[in-house]
Design a protein around this ligand. Structure first.
Ligand SMILES: [Ca+2]
Ligand SMILES: [Ca+2]
Ligand SMILES: [Ca+2]
Ligand SMILES: [Ca+2]
Length: 410
């Protein structure tokens, strides 16, 4: 068997014409290609590149085609945006055709828009798509303002789906795997699925979406596996389950405006356990549910921009998960630290350690700067500086930091 050919590397200077040409070049060969974008460049698109037939809206970049082989675009911190200049027409960035294969790395997609009739404000996929350290923010569409995925295969890791105009991720059939990501402040549901989709979400935060956090909308063959995720502060239901099969383990569901978990249909089949569901009036089939306040500290952000909520010292989330519920190969939590500490996995997206708790400024070490941060907030109710479950910042919190001075975050 011949060794697999290395992907051809195409360096893309910081302008839109070179980006379009590079994608066309990659599409033109069956071999794999890797585009290296100019570090931290902004590529502002001002016109549609192509107009697919049907009602799916225009594409700002050439469609990713199946005859082009695998394409990786490493953004090196770059942003591809739809220009905010007045009279810029509406278009998305990428359409991944059936059989095509696109991987985006370290890239931001901002302000795509295919309203009023298109699906997928940033990306419309019918093929294979992977997002790695990629931010999909403030895009708009008819459905799936961030991503619209139709019978597609999708992997999302260390990525952010934030402030899109309706559903962040719209899934109709296919298979989606999401890990170590945050899905937030989208103007409808964070994740909407139907059509017999198989969706696995692990070590992920789903928060502040205006609609549901996660909504499975009725196909009897939908399958969700939700593990070690934190679903909080969404404007409607945290996790809404219609007909389908759902496995929920080691999750925190709390402070969602309607139910934290809701079986909308008697056809839902639920299994799993070891969840904290603060308002558990509607998913009673789950075993071992802790009906308690998860006692989370304030929002934090990891090196990839992914947001998470760490439990306080004393939270029931600590060491109350089920190790056997972790999908095989799951070794990291949402911070990219170890998924299991103190022998037992914690509940929610992040694994607690005293050093991680005390590193309030997030630089990876507990230093006097962290102690100063907490000391400066003594007497307030800052939930970033309150490190235990008493809801006030006092000397006890400062002592938690002082007790771990010099330690590194695992
Ligand atoms: Ca190619
Ligand atoms: Ca633990
Ligand atoms: Ca620190
Ligand atoms: Ca306290």
């Amino acid at each position: 068997m011949a060794a697999p050919a290395r992907a051809a590397i195409i360096n893309v200077p910081c302008n839109v014409t070179d980006l379009v040409n590079a994608i066309n070049t990659a599409n033109g060969t069956a071999a794999a290609d890797r585009l290296e974008l100019a570090s931290n460049c902004i590529y502002p698109l001002s016109a549609a590149n192509n107009n697919p037939t049907g009602i799916n809206g225009d594409n700002g970049l050439p469609q990713i085609v199946s005859s082009g082989g695998m394409l990786t675009i490493d953004g090196n911190g770059a942003t591809i945006e739809r220009s905010d200049a007045e009279n810029t027409p509406n278009f998305r960035f990428f359409q991944v055709n059936q059989g095509a294969d696109l991987t985006l790395v370290d890239l931001t997609l901002d302000n795509g828009d295919v309203r009023p009739v298109g699906d997928g404000g940033a990306i419309l996929s019918f093929g294979d798509l992977a997002l790695d350290r990629t931010q999909v923010i403030m895009n708009s569409a008819s459905v799936g303002s961030g991503l619209a995925l139709f019978d597609a295969t999708t992997v999302i890791r260390d990525s952010v789906i934030d402030r899109n105009g309706n559903n962040g991720i719209y899934i109709d059939g296919g298979e989606v795997n999401i890990a170590r990501s945050s899905i937030s402040a989208n103007l409808s549901d964070g994740v909407f699925m139907q059509g017999g989709a198989q969706v696995t979400i692990v070590n992920t935060t789903v928060y502040n979406n205006v609609g549901d956090g996660i909504d499975s909308d009725g196909a009897p063959s939908d399958i969700i596996q939700l593990v070690n995720s934190t679903v909080i502060n969404n404007g409607d239901v945290g996790v809404e389950l219609h007909d389908g099969s759902y496995s929920l383990s080691n999750n925190i569901l709390a402070n969602n405006v309607a139910n934290d978990c809701r079986e909308t249909s008697t056809g839902a089949v639920l299994f799993g356990g070891s969840n904290i569901i603060e308002n558990n009036d509607n998913c009673a089939d789950l075993s071992g549910t802790l009906i308690v306040d998860p006692q989370l500290t304030g929002q934090r952000v990891n090196a990839f921009g992914v947001r998470y909520y760490l439990p306080s010292l004393g939270s029931f989330a600590l060491n109350n998960g089920n190790n056997n519920a972790l999908p095989s190969g799951t070794t990291q939590d949402i911070t990219n630290g170890p998924r299991i500490l103190s022998s037992t996995v914690d509940i929610g997206a992040v694994e607690f350690s005293r050093a991680l708790l005390a590193d309030v400024n997030g630089d990876g070490r507990v230093t006097p700067a962290d102690a100063v941060f907490v000391s400066n907030r003594v007497g307030t109710t800052s939930n970033t500086a309150n490190l235990n479950t008493d809801s006030v910042v006092n000397q006890t919190d400062a002592n938690i930091v002082l007790g771990t001075l010099g330690q590194s975050v695992p």
